[in-house]
Design a protein around this ligand. Structure first.
Ligand code: C5P
Length: 241
């Protein structure tokens, strides 16, 4: 892959609290194409920020991890289509019907608006949960089996891919083939601090294992120069091939 390809495949997580901080980052990261907006920033600034970022010709990964009845999730997907969202997350534990309805709603609304359907990504088991905690909520299988079960269900429902930890990239690729997007956070360049991330991989390792997109937050956003940090990551990726 060349530089341009990596620009499209490194998603920067805007884990900040205000529109001002978010837009400063978006404007300084000129080559970055996709920005992830999660619950905190969306709760603080709402859809207005999506419109602004979209108008700056940037793509939005809306990471709200939707989990509700099929109708409610479908309606939320339609709204996201109208805001020009590029990719978004849905909890696969909401069930196959919920995901299938969300996919259908995304396709239909995109046709109506004459835009691309957002890529719908499934969240399986939160990485904050371990096997004991799964048992507490009534799931006897271990994390790995549960991730595979939910990933399979997501694929059957027509979801475009999955968000998973770097440790799961290979197994998801092997089980579900190439036509299922793999997006992974938990990425740290060798020169960055791990912070609270535990089972990390470098950008180059993650792409070599088969990730389609990687999500990076603090190593870029908390750097004195986010643009330099982003460029350094891209250069290292180009050189590591
Ligand atoms: O700053 P950092 O690179 O750790 O940010 C990673 C982003 O990915 C954050 O927005 C975080 O919430 C998200 N994420 C994660 N691990 C998961 C799921 C999501 O780090 N298992």
């Amino acid at each position: 892959m060349n530089e341009q390809n990596f620009f499209k495949r490194i998603i920067v997580a805007l884990d900040v609290s205000t529109k001002e901080e978010a837009l400063n980052l978006v404007q300084s990261l000129r080559e970055t194409e996709i920005f992830k907006i999660g619950l905190k920033l969306f709760s603080a600034e709402g859809p207005e920020l999506l419109k602004t970022i979209h108008s700056l010709n940037k793509k939005i990964f809306l990471d709200l991890k939707l989990h509700d009845i099929p109708n409610t999730v479908s309606e939320a997907v339609k709204v996201a289509v109208r805001h020009g969202v590029y990719m978004m997350t849905i909890h696969s534990s909401g069930g196959k019907e919920m995901m299938a309805k969300a996919v259908e709603a995304g396709i239909r609304e995109a046709e109506i608006q004459n835009v691309e359907k957002p890529l719908l990504l499934a969240v399986t088991v939160l990485t904050s949960l371990n096997d004991d905690q799964l048992k507490e909520i009534g799931i006897q299988d271990d994390t790995r089996s549960q991730v595979l079960r939910l990933a399979g269900l997501s694929k059957e429902a027509g979801m475009d891919g999955i968000v998973c930890s770097p440790q799961e990239i290979e197994i998801i690729r092997n089980e579900f083939g190439k036509d299922f997007l793999v997006v992974t956070p938990g990425i740290r360049p060798s020169w960055a601090a791990a912070q609270d991330q535990k089972r990390i991989m470098t950008p180059s390792q993650a792409f070599k294992k088969g990730a389609d997109y990687i999500v990076i937050g603090r190593p870029i956003t908390a750097s004195p120069s986010p643009e330099e940090a982003f460029q350094r990551i891209v250069q290292e990726l180009v050189e590591s091939q």
